[in-house]
Design a protein around this ligand. Structure first.
Ligand code: GLA
Length: 741
């Protein structure tokens, strides 16, 4: 039974009285207007009198009989030329334009035919409805080239997934130089603002905002993977109208873990166009006769609840529809990871000692990071040789795994399968397996080269090696790392016209390995990591139970990183570790309490060197881990309200997570540094049920601030707020609201 109204219908006549729970999808003959309606959302498109597919609407829900095309829908007009500089082809708003007919804005697709023709004009040919999916077929006006557009709606969140497939029906090859998954359009307006996420290693998830103007903003990766530079996510709000809590937000994200490109700007008539898909940089795909090229899915949604409303809807969508097992996914266990403690110096005895200490504080998963395999004593050797280092583990991994399991934890292992050190047995056996151009220098990054996963033999080798590793050892979890970008992306051994397919074939084969490994080992969990958060997107999330958000584990920086991350992605997958102080990234000194309060806002991990801890540290950690377990379901799977961002003029920040059933809320209040004698202002909780009575307590124990009642209604808390008398630098407190009615 669907919670929200959903309807997908063709033809205005079909709309009358059709919006209802479980509304039937209908597609009357001869229809030219298409609608997708989900929770809080309507999207519409239609075929005009010349056969172009035009975008008609993307935004808040419309009434069932609203005139998407005033008057007779069959009269949807294609505009004529505006001036000699603006021919009809570039004036007509197109849902997915071919590069042709004088188009001067971003095309959906750009092709070169075997005879040199570079003109492509796509017009409507057919459509069909398959469940929650609308399929519209476009065809070139002369050549047998078709583009099939797919629109799938998730009725509960209103998120749609769009993708395109180009098919060459000709007898000669056609080169595709550029192909988007989708192009989105917003009406003319001068007050749109684009929000995006940028950064670099150990500084991911930095938030930026720019006005949307005729100067195109391009969010892209040319790196072969998603990258730390730009994330394939965007949100567009309106100046002075959109805030964290209110106002329109149009947002979207590409499900792709390779080079991508999302462009945002106004076209020649001031309409906002957002095109996203494979990056055309260094890319080309020669479509053989009869061949089809599919794009990844570009998901998009709308919220009138501001950036907070948009991210909550998108989180909800990801938890139900993207991450493995959806609503049935397990809560993230508290993990220990040895990387910051021991780096490459891993031994059976050393890890066993850490495991004993981790178990004492309530850790549920023990993860051995880099350094356990091959000749891996530094980052100069060993990558590619996924066999246990017998000097460090004389009897293999089994004794350590048995020990970890006897302590009540499960066992996880770090791998970086796509990479190879030149100093490795794998590279010595297969020097031709790396991305490179023959007779050209190859740039090494962190002393490693990238295996060419586009090759089927490389794909099958990696799958085999990983399958063996997981089959022969009781491994519950793999941290799957990826620690450099592509440089010389050569694929020798295939015809020149196929070599630039590497950008697509590589990523598809990566997904194949992940999917197949999960299929063969259904209980295996995987963490996506790329030098921290360098490969996080909706594509990799389909195969990942959690992600390593950033190598920057400083708890104060981390609040900003988490604030940026959650604009796009769900806290359900966001891992955060408590590590040592001073922090390696910036030498900042913070208390263990503060580090826990920062990390407990995601999936909690511990990466400190427990060999250096005193009894008091173990007691503090045990207290926080136990406290975390009482709220983790709310933090991980609840609704997140970013109440006071960690950036801005004040030194405070606050987040609130509320369980989906409204029975628990957790308010984290953090103070970066005290100024003068100021006291932080009260934070007003959000998302509680106004009618329920909640008992408030301090997470981890401790007295409530003076004057705070123990019991009050959700309405009371949300109106009155809660002020913690925080003083000092890097301090915090968390309040828990438990419903008692
Ligand atoms: C990357 C990861 C780290 C750690 C190291 C190991 O930087 O992000 O967490 O696993 O590799 O080499």
């Amino acid at each position: 039974m669907r919670k929200a109204a959903m309807m997908l219908a063709t033809g205005l006549t079909a709309l009358t009285g059709s919006i209802d729970v479980n509304a039937k999808v209908t597609a009357p003959k001869g229809a030219t207007i298409f609608r997708l309606d989900g929770h809080g959302f309507t999207y519409a498109l239609g075929v005009d009198d010349k056969g172009y597919l035009q975008p008609l609407y993307w935004g808040a829900p419309l009434g069932p009989n609203d005139p998407l095309v005033p008057g007779d829908p069959a009269q949807l007009k294609a505009p004529g030329e505006l001036s000699g500089f603006d021919p009809a082809g570039s004036v007509t708003p197109q849902e997915y334009p071919g590069q042709g007919e004088g188009l001067v804005s971003e095309p959906g697709i750009k092709t070169v035919f075997a005879d040199g023709n570079r003109d492509l004009v796509l017009k409507y040919r057919a459509h069909r409805v398959e469940g929650d999916t609308l399929v519209v077929e476009l065809a070139d006006i002369r050549r047998p080239l078709t583009v099939t557009l797919r629109y799938t709606i998730d009725p509960d969140s209103g998120v749609i997934g769009r993708s395109a497939s180009v098919h060459n029906g000709d007898t000669k090859p056609v080169r595709v130089d550029q192909i988007a998954s989708a192009v989105f359009t917003l009406p003319v307006g001068d007050d749109y603002r684009l929000h995006y996420l940028t950064g670099r290693h150990a500084a991911e998830w930095t938030q930026k905002q720019v006005p949307v103007t005729p100067a195109l903003t391009v969010l892209e990766s040319r790196r072969g993977s998603t990258g730390h530079g730009n994330n394939p996510w965007f949100a567009i709000g309106r100046e002075r109208v959109t805030s964290e809590d209110a106002g329109p937000v149009w947002y979207g994200a590409l499900a792709w873990s390779g080079s991508f490109r999302i462009s945002v700007g106004q076209d020649n008539l001031g309409r906002v166009r957002i095109a996203g898909g494979y990056n055309s940089y260094d890319f080309a795909w020669t479509l053989k006769p009869g061949e089809t090229l599919d794009t990844p899915v570009f998901y998009a949604g709308y919220s009138d609840g501001g950036m907070g409303g948009a991210s909550r809807a998108f989180h909800d969508f990801q938890m139900r529809k993207i991450i493995p097992d959806g609503v049935k996914a397990k809560l993230r266990p508290v993990l220990y990871n040895s990387w910051e403690a021991t780096a490459f110096d891993v031994t059976e005895a050393g890890q066993a000692a850490l495991a004993e200490k981790a178990a004492k504080i309530g850790v549920e998963r023990f993860v051995v990071d880099d350094g356990w395999f091959g000749a891996r004593n530094s980052d100069r050797a060993g990558l590619g040789d996924w066999t246990v280092n017998r000097t460090k583990f004389p009897n293999g991994l089994k004794p350590l795994i048995d020990k970890v399991k006897s302590l009540g934890m499960d066992f996880g292992l770090w791998v970086e399968p796509e990479m190879v050190n030149a100093d490795s047995d794998l590279y010595r056996a297969h020097p031709d397996w790396v991305l490179a151009y023959p007779d050209r220098p190859r740039t090494e990054g962190r002393n490693q080269l990238v295996l060419n996963l586009a090759r089927i033999d490389v794909r099958d080798h990696l799958l085999g090696v990983l399958d063996t590793l997981v089959s022969e050892n009781d491994i519950a979890f793999l941290k799957w790392d990826y620690n450099r970008n592509w440089t010389e992306a050569g694929w020798a051994g295939v015809p020149v016209e196929d070599q630039q397919r590497v950008y697509v074939d590589y990523v598809r084969n990566l997904y194949h390995i992940l999917a197949e490994l999960r299929r063969r080992h259904p209980r295996l969990e995987i963490e996506a990591c790329s030098g921290g958060g360098g490969r996080i997107d909706l594509g990799i999330l389909e195969y990942s139970d959690q992600v390593w958000t950033s190598d920057n584990t400083d708890p104060a920086d981390r609040l900003m990183i988490q604030d940026g991350f959650t604009q796009a992605y769900a806290p359900a997958v966001m891992m955060a570790w408590v590590t040592d102080s001073p922090n390696w990234a910036n030498t900042r000194v913070t208390s263990l309490d503060y580090r826990f309060l920062s990390s407990m806002q995601g999936g909690l991990g511990i990466g400190a060197n427990l060999d250096h801890w005193q009894d008091a540290d173990f007691a503090t950690a045990a207290k926080w881990v136990a406290a975390y377990k009482t709220i983790r379901s709310t933090v991980q799977r609840g609704r997140l309200y970013r109440i006071d961002p960690p950036v801005g003029e004040d030194a405070t920040s606050a987040t609130m997570s509320v369980a989906q059933d409204g029975r628990q809320g957790v308010l984290f209040q953090m103070l970066h540094s005290s100024m003068w004698r100021d006291n932080p202002a009260a934070n007003r909780p959000q998302g509680l049920d106004p009618a329920r009575i909640y008992r408030v307590s301090v997470l981890g124990g401790g007295a409530l601030p003076a004057g705070v009642p123990i019991h009050a209604s959700g309405a009371y808390w949300m109106q009155k707020g809660l002020r913690a008398p925080l003083k000092g630098d890097y301090v915090g407190i968390a309040f828990v609201f438990d419903a008692i009615t």
